[in-house]
Design a protein around this ligand. Structure first.
Ligand SMILES: NC(=O)C1=CN([C@@H]2O[C@H](COP(=O)(O)OP(=O)(O)OC[C@H]3O[C@@H](n4cnc5c(N)ncnc54)[C@H](O)[C@@H]3O)[C@@H](O)[C@H]2O)C=CC1
Ligand SMILES: O=C([O-])CC(=O)C(=O)O
Length: 331
């Protein structure tokens, strides 16, 4: 007997990331080759956006995906989040050249109060939420605080693109394939203060620092390349990264819904429980392991003085962002 479909809402479905993401979801990349999905596609109440969404729905039809059970386009968020098991919150304005992601707080932050409330009111009782729209950690904080009856362990903000970027950089430097790089933690904010932790990363099961002895590169260009990769893509493309962001969203949901491979972990921002001294309640990226349904922050990852200073800087930035959205009345 075929499985009951999983219902996935995607906001900003007619945008750049949406255009890469929806076809992956419909083809089974998130939940597997035997798992049907319903898509609930949410766009702004705007003629151009909704017309674009109509075109995307036509293309989804034209793929005749075996696993795609239904597609429901809407600009009504209550309707859009009805019965959803996963809500992928992508819809928001991307930054342009010269902007930092936190410059988007006042533009995008308000989207997430209404969406949090609509998810609380309409979603399935097992709903899980992944925020992609920037600044994603603090947008997630806003949505989570607007939906207090949904347990805090259901809320995630995406730092997997940073994890993937960091793995690729280490792999290129060590002359190995990116799959040889494991245990890659991104600590903190999806921003230029994030800390890609090379000390605890492994290459072929051994400390990455055994393969890469260039400490100056690890402490300097490696970290700053990962931190500033989004800006470099905007500079090169004139548009923010979309295909790699959609790919990372798929990876995030995939990793959260399957057991984490032995002795590895993955990075995603979750509501801090005070682990590693990070203030409780901040949406902070940690090393995470899961059995496919319950996740935990990996404890006892060594944090030396260098790492501690980097982790503190990104925590401080998240506190500043939280103060800014508190000031704006969003939490
Ligand atoms: N966390 C991460 O690693 C990454 C996050 N992003 C962020 O993802 C977001 C989306 O990026 P793109 O798809 O490239 O932008 P885009 O501008 O191509 O698409 C955004 C879509 O969202 C829609 N939208 C805006 N407000 C909405 C609302 N209130 N409800 C529903 N839909 C709404 C727009 O109509 C548009 O179709 C941006 O904030 C971007 O900065 C992008 C790359 C990586
Ligand atoms: O940099 C941006 O604004 C888009 C983004 O989040 C990324 O590419 O990491």
């Amino acid at each position: 007997m075929s499985k009951a479909p999983i219902t996935v809402a995607v906001t900003g479905a007619a945008g750049q990331i949406g255009y890469s993401l929806l076809f992956r979801i419909a083809s089974g990349a998130l939940f597997g080759a035997d798992q049907p999905v319903n898509l609930r596609l949410i766009e702004r109440n705007d003629e151009k956006a909704m017309k674009g969404l109509t075109g995307v729905c036509m293309e989804l039809d034209d793929c005749a995906f075996p696993l795609l059970n239904s597609v429901h386009p809407t600009c009504d968020i209550d309707d859009g989040f009805t019965g959803v098991n996963w809500a992928l919150l992508v819809g928001s304005v991307p930054r342009g050249p010269g902007m930092e992601r936190k410059d988007l707080l006042s533009i995008n932050g308000k989207i997430f109060t209404g969406q949090g409330q609509a998810i609380e009111k309409n979603a399935a009782s097992d709903v899980r939420v992944l925020v992609v729209g920037n600044p994603c950690n603090t947008n997630c904080l806003i949505a989570m605080n607007s939906a207090k009856s949904i347990p805090t362990d259901r809320w995630f903000a995406m730092t997997r693109l940073d994890e993937n970027r960091a793995k690729s950089q280490l792999a290129a430097k060590a002359g190995v394939h990116s799959t040889a790089v494991t245990n890659m933690t991104i600590w903190g904010n999806h921003s230029a203060t994030q800390y890609p932790d090379f000390f605890n990363a492994k290459i072929n099961g051994k400390p990455a620092t055994d393969s890469i002895s260039d400490t100056e590169w690890l402490q300097g260009p490696f970290i700053s390349t990962v931190q500033k990769r989004g800006a470099a893509i905007i500079e090169a493309r004139g548009l923010s990264s979309a295909a790699s962001a959609a790919n990372a969203a798929c990876d995030t949901v995939y990793s959260l819904t399957r057991p984490t491979p032995a002795s590895d972990w993955t990075s995603v921002a979750v509501c801090s429980d005070g682990s590693y001294g990070i203030e409780k309640g901040l949406m902070f990226s940690f090393p995470i392991r899961t059995d496919g349904s319950k996740w935990e922050i990996v404890q006892d990852v060594p944090v030396n003085e260098f790492s501690q200073a980097k982790i503190k800087a990104t925590e401080d930035e998240l506190k500043e962002e939280r103060a800014a959205v508190t000031e704006l009345g969003l939490i």
